[in-house]
Write a protein that binds this ligand. Structure first.
Ligand SMILES: C[S@@+](CC[C@H](N)C(=O)[O-])C[C@H]1O[C@@H](n2cnc3c(N)ncnc32)[C@H](O)[C@@H]1O
Length: 229
């Protein structure tokens, strides 16, 4: 992979690679991993002056749409959607609007590990304040379950990513619901993350992708349908 391509994939999350390596070498604990990630995320998001950047995205509204609207492809119909790592709630807002363009009604919910970011989300969207919880999703026991749960796998330390998928499917996704992983940037012809999740024993029920501004990359998401229990 060229340096330019690597930079586009990793973007501001490069610093997070150092945190993963520190955990791997035993220099920090898992608790320290979350603290170190938040020490990167909170100042960047809370110091931003636009809603995309307060959600960790460096582009303008058009690029935000290109990078995130593909999640509408994952919606099975009218549904409630939990955004894991909802940051300032901008994806919650955007999903409602984009789904409506396709004639769908989305009821958005969020969970966020950062206390100040969850507070920001509630301040920006007071009508949803009771739907935004503050928790580490990995050990969160939700008060209800959701038709669709969207997550990133990089919200937990690398050795806990399979545990995150298992926890979400067992405790957070409703019976017959859907777990959506993404959006993430990856080389277009290579489904590395999807292959890893399949290696944990899950079937991928569907996927969506869109062109990235770097010609070798795509914005991607894929999903797993929860068994009917
Ligand atoms: C890149 S932002 C995602 C914003 C928006 N949901 C999106 O997909 O565009 C990631 C957010 O996840 C939150 N987060 C990271 N780890 C988490 C965890 N274990 N539990 C809950 N939230 C987490 C971060 O604080 C950050 O606000």
């Amino acid at each position: 992979m060229s340096d330019g391509l690597r930079a586009s994939v990793e973007n501001s999350w490069r610093e997070l690679g150092d945190i993963d390596r520190a955990l791997d070498r035993g220099e920090i604990t898992e608790h320290g991993w979350y603290a170190a990630v938040l020490a990167v995320v909170e100042p960047a998001y809370l110091g931003a002056d636009n809603p995309q950047a307060q959600s960790g995205h460096s582009g303008n509204p058009a690029r935000w749409r290109q990078a995130r609207r593909l999640l509408v492809d994952a919606l099975p119909g009218n549904c409630d959607v939990l955004d894991v790592g909802c940051a300032n709630a901008h994806l919650m807002e955007s999903l409602v609007d984009w789904a409506a363009e396709d004639g769908l009604v989305v009821e958005p919910y969020g969970v966020e590990i950062s206390i100040p970011l969850a507070d920001l989300a509630r301040r920006r969207q007071p009508r949803w304040s009771h739907r935004i919880w503050t928790a580490n999703v990995l050990d969160w026991q939700p008060p209800r379950q959701f038709d669709v749960v969207r997550t990133g796998l990089d919200y937990v330390p690398p050795p806990r990513r399979a545990d995150l998928v298992a926890h979400l499917l067992e405790h957070v996704v409703a019976t017959g619901g859907r777990l959506v992983v993404g959006v993430f940037n990856e080389e277009s012809g290579r489904d590395i993350l999807e292959r890893e999740v399949r290696s944990w024993g899950y079937q991928i029920a569907g996927r969506a992708s869109r062109a990235h501004r770097h010609p070798a990359l795509s914005y991607k998401a894929f999903w797993i349908d929860a068994a009917r229990r």
